[in-house]
Design a protein around this ligand. Sequence first.
Ligand code: UT7
Length: 333
Amino acid sequence: MPILNTTIGAPHAAILGIGGFRPSRVIPNADVVEAIDSSDEWIQQRSGIKQRRWATPEETVQVMSVGAARKALERSGMDAQQIDVVVVATVTHLLQTPAIATAIAHELGTDKAAAFDISAACAGFCHGVSLAADMVRAGSAGHVLVIGVERLSDLTDVSDRGTAFIFADGAGAAVVGPSQTPGIGPVVWGSDGEKFDLIRQREDWRDVIAADEPATPHLVMQGNPVFRWASFAMAKVGQEALDRAGLSVDDLDCFVPHQANMRIIDAMARSMKLPSTVRIARDIAEQGNTSAASIPLALERMIEDGEAKSGDTALFVAFGAGLAYAAQVVIVP
Ligand code: UT7
């Protein structure tokens, strides 16, 4: 039997640059409350959200992704032609095939980069970062562009009390490449498919097609069970990611959890006993819940605000529909 050649990758992988795209329509709570019989006060108290951003018709999944990716490339000092793989995490590219990653790779001007989408909802970006780190270390790619992007407003029922005030649009991107020192810790990831129905597209596409009246399918969520699950189980996942990286909460500079609800963020921080010196991402107040885009957008804001600096140790914890989750420690680029 012949012995096959195989690849040997870089000793370590790291995030080299982060970029975000925040769509232009700023929607304050006042603009969503009437349709759901709610109030600015209730929304702020229960979720911490003050406003969210929704995309204009021109701010497509592709446009937002390319905007975020160009910033990430520039900040990492990379040219699009140096990107070997483009991974796009999204649940709101509304064309079954081909993957939007291929169009994004083409528009960016990569040199025939491998390009594919992944569906892991709000945990998608962290899944992508883990895949990218593995590719770089295994030698199947030199540099990988990971994008988390959503236009949740397309699938949000503005009269649904459980979701209309939460979901938002945006894109975040990271360039992952080789590093002399470890920049991305071991991933802790998993799923609990028993809870498949807690956050989902309400109508199966086949039912939409068969319906007499054309209607947009909507995302629905049983918020309270997800809230309890996330507040309880995700702190453990975050702690495990720290353990697997060989660190403790005292080594942490920044906590960048999925921006789902300010109360979940606080509950996780309390449960993990994060020291008061750890800076916590709270982008949700201004941005809403952008699913796969929320962690890169939140980290970008912390870097821009001077709350996170190059070389800091940050913990990502992401969770959402599936229910799927993923967490890892990273070094801030
Ligand atoms: O990104 C993917 C992961 N997603 C998440 O992690 C989201 C997790 N869930 C949540 O963030 C929260 O469950 C929500 C913010 C969605 C809701 O907060 P909650 O504290 O779980 O509220 P609830 O559903 O238990 O409802 C509490 C009360 C109810 O009234 P009663 O029965 O106490 O009289 C609801 O009828 O609030 C009422 N209510 C509302 N009131 C005003 C529910 N929705 C609304 C609303 N406005 N939009």
